[in-house]
Ligand binder design. Structure first.
Ligand SMILES: C[S@@+](CC[C@H](N)C(=O)[O-])C[C@H]1O[C@@H](n2cnc3c(N)ncnc32)[C@H](O)[C@@H]1O
Length: 376
């Protein structure tokens, strides 16, 4: 942990009990998620974390770690480590689970087990799950939940419990998030090729965070408008329900008075139906139109274009993909004169223009976010 500065406020927070969390991240984007944590918990100093492929291990006081659910836009889920212990066989695992004080976390006896085993003597997932489930049943036989609670059990989450066995080391964790974090809770309409909101926020962090001058933003193939909504809501707290709310008192999290450096948000799509579905989204203009055609009115400047075009899989492209993206870039550059185009496309398709590239795993395929600087 970083040494605390010599002031009183730090002395108070320094005495707090630290808990271990694991922040699950889109693959390859662990440093971006860490950047978001530092940005949004600006007044909290915690030790440099440990990065693993797809996650960040860090230590924080309990409430700080749980609050990440409300503040982060780029992470998938946040696990709280409950126990770490040597465990070589199924009887030992059964005993560990049977003795753990589950009533502190579970308001109903059912759980969903998530099991991973690596170089462990215990490797058969069904045997591991049976040992865990038998241990939990034994625990609840000895520590019954009150009948009044059981009557209301459908009001509570089926908690996700993560069992990780690596060599002879067991790590037991509870998922504090519940439904994966890309489900924001206010997105009832998702198109069939919608971008995950977590990946949209990752794109946005790479594109907009370092922008010194506010810009107008245009998404010419916006679909359900995920990119624009994520730009608008980047600093807003997530108010959907999280799994930890079953076992922890409500946390008060206020919207910070902060916004990304944008002047306006405009989305366009060829598909009239998808645009109609957007209705009146606060702060975003949606219009129907073809990205290859000239705009109906002069675009505002300075303009940044951010775009997640079709890949030719779920939405067909009737020409070679390389030609399609090249033509798209030419038309957008000519008609809109943007200072930057950010384009997320499959990495196997090469672009002939110079760009800064960021690898993003999207919908099962590796893509590149191309940042094409046109300001010169
Ligand atoms: C991959 S989807 C974009 C998804 C969007 N980012 C979201 O999260 O909903 C690509 C979109 O491009 C639109 N599209 C395809 N050709 C277009 C064109 N020529 N002009 C404008 N939009 C187009 C499709 O209708 C589709 O909504």
């Amino acid at each position: 942990m970083n040494m605390p500065p010599n002031d009183k406020s730090w002395k108070i927070s320094y005495k707090l009990i630290m808990e271990k969390f694991y922040v699950s991240c889109p693959l390859g984007q662990e440093k971006t998620v860490w950047q978001e944590i530092k940005l949004k918990l600006a007044d909290f100093v915690c030790a440099e974390p440990n990065f693993t492929p797809g996650g960040i291990e860090l230590e924080m006081p309990l409430a700080e770690g749980l609050v990440l659910n409300h503040k982060l836009k780029t992470s998938n889920r946040i696990l709280l480590r409950l126990k770490a212990q040597k465990c070589k066989d199924a009887p030992k695992l059964f005993n560990i689970i049977a003795k753990f004080p589950w009533k502190n976390y579970l308001k109903r006896p059912e759980v969903k087990w998530h099991i991973t085993a690596k170089e462990s003597r215990l490797f058969n997932s069904s045997k591991i799950e049976k040992a865990c489930q038998d241990g939990l049943t034994k625990y609840f036989n000895a520590n019954q939940l009150p009948a009044k609670l059981l009557e209301r059990k459908d009001e509570f989450h089926i908690q996700n419990i993560f069992i990780r066995l690596e060599k002879d080391d067991l790590t037991l964790s509870i998922d504090t998030t519940g439904d994966l974090a890309h489900i924001r809770g206010n997105d009832s309409f998702r198109g069939h090729a919608s971008l995950r909101s977590t990946l949209a926020s990752i794109m946005i962090m790479h594109t907009l965070l370092d922008e010194s001058q506010p810009v107008h933003i245009f998404d010419p193939m916006c679909g359900t408008g995920t990119l624009l909504k994520e730009i608008r809501d980047f600093y807003k707290v997530n108010i959907r329900e999280f799994a930890y709310q079953d076992w922890h008192a409500p946390l008060s999290v206020e919207d910070p008075d902060q916004k990304l450096p944008y002047l306006s948000l405009w989305g366009q799509d060829l598909d009239q139906a998808v645009i109609k579905h957007q209705g009146d989204e606060a702060g975003i203009l949606f219009t129907q139109g073809d990205a290859f055609e000239p705009p109906l009115h002069t675009p505002s400047t300075p303009l940044m274009i951010i775009c997640n075009p079709p890949y030719g899989k779920r939405i067909k492209i009737h020409e070679d993909r390389k030609d399609f993206y090249r033509r798209l870039l030419e038309k957008l550059t000519f008609h809109y004169r943007p200072k930057l185009i950010a384009l997320l496309i499959p990495e196997e398709v090469e672009l002939s223009v110079k760009s800064k590239k960021i690898r993003i795993f999207n919908g099962g395929i590796w893509c590149q976010l191309h940042l094409i600087n046109l300001s010169n």
